[in-house]
Design a protein around this ligand. Sequence first.
Ligand code: ARG
Length: 466
Amino acid sequence: MGKQAQATWGGRFSAGPAGLMLRFSESVSFDRRLAPFDLAGSKAHAAMLAKVGLITRKERDTIQRGLDAIGREIAAGKFKWQTRLEDVHMNIEQALTRRVPAAAKLHTARSRNDQVATDMRLWFKASCAELIGKIAAAQRAILKVAAKHRDVLIPGYTHLQRAQPVFLAHHLFAYLEMLQRDAGRFAAVADHANWCPLGSGAIAGTTLPIDRELTARALGFVDAAGRPRVTQNSMDAVSDRDVFIEFASACALTGVHFSRMAEDLILWSSREFNFLGLPDAFCTGSSLMPQKKNPDSAELLRGKSARLQGNLHTLLVLVKGLPLTYNRDLQEDKPPVFDSHDQTALCLEVLAGMFAGLKVNRASCAAAVADPALLATDLADYLVRKGVAFRTAHHAVGAVVKMAESKGVALDRLSLADVRTVHPTFGRDWTGAFDLRKAMARRTGTGMPGPAQLARQFTRWQKLLG
Ligand code: ARG
């Protein structure tokens, strides 16, 4: 390729880059998805250049019309992306220049360094809004399962050992809390992205009389009161990749949540638990064992979580050793964030789909939660209500559990005489502690799994999720 072909920076070169170098350095294969944001940025920049008198209004209009035409071509899949033009920015600029001579003025007071920083910040705002929407959709699918099986009780587990009874809905509401925090993190990332770097130039701004506030406002980089938000240090603005890392971190943590929910679903859908059945549409069979129905969707949610953590790590390592300001290494910042977005979005859709088709095996849940040992702590509380110190009560109930085990009977099947040998405070009403519904009704405090609290949480989530 001759130097003519590289019109954007070819002036000081006598030879064009080697074919291998072009393949090595191109980013258009992945950054072309920034096109809508790049076009918006260029339209705003052209408007600003006209406003301050650096181009004429006529030039602005032809530039903007040209950009719109390119946007339509891209949307229709008719735009010819060229690897030799490196990236999305140069592809669009060169295509514009072929149509509109005034396009040669578009890059006035602008560098690809502040351009790409601007494009990405616009992309982050859109991406976060999309993910927040998908989180809400997944939450709604979970809420539906909770509502449909409001009365279902299951054992809650610690150390994967049966601990205390909870309503299934209480367990599902824990997922809603996790996802709600994820949504909050994406909202914070969007807010951090909401500063306009345009006007920082390559590193040190420009000598030309630009109006940074105007472009910021035109691109929606404004605070709640509509005041423009522009970055305050040109060197920081072109080298800062904090938002990339925060975004990848929010995705990675969301992924950790996917993984933990997936693990519950995998366990619960096993024959051993059998609390629920995953929808056929999100499971696969075995090529060898005809009876198998494997929870691949849940396993992939767990697996993708590793990938999301990897992307975060890639970004941290990418940036860590770089001197200020822009270094070409930073071009590698996009594949991991795009991948994090795409995989997180996919996972959220799958999560929603899985819950939408979930079958709850009410009989298995009822059988599991009927284990009276789940209410051993309630039995200790029974003694506490009669004035026994909790440590003593705990010890006594422990001895009762041991006695039941050695006699080979369920905890609530021991005789009054038997339990009285352990502690004289046990009275005729001691088995009342095993009334599951009453036991649940005693859990009245905020955040507890009692039915009154549950009703409150249903109202809260229904309101939050519309
Ligand atoms: N494609 C480049 C990137 O993503 C755009 C910025 C290029 N700047 C430069 N000075 N070469 O980082």
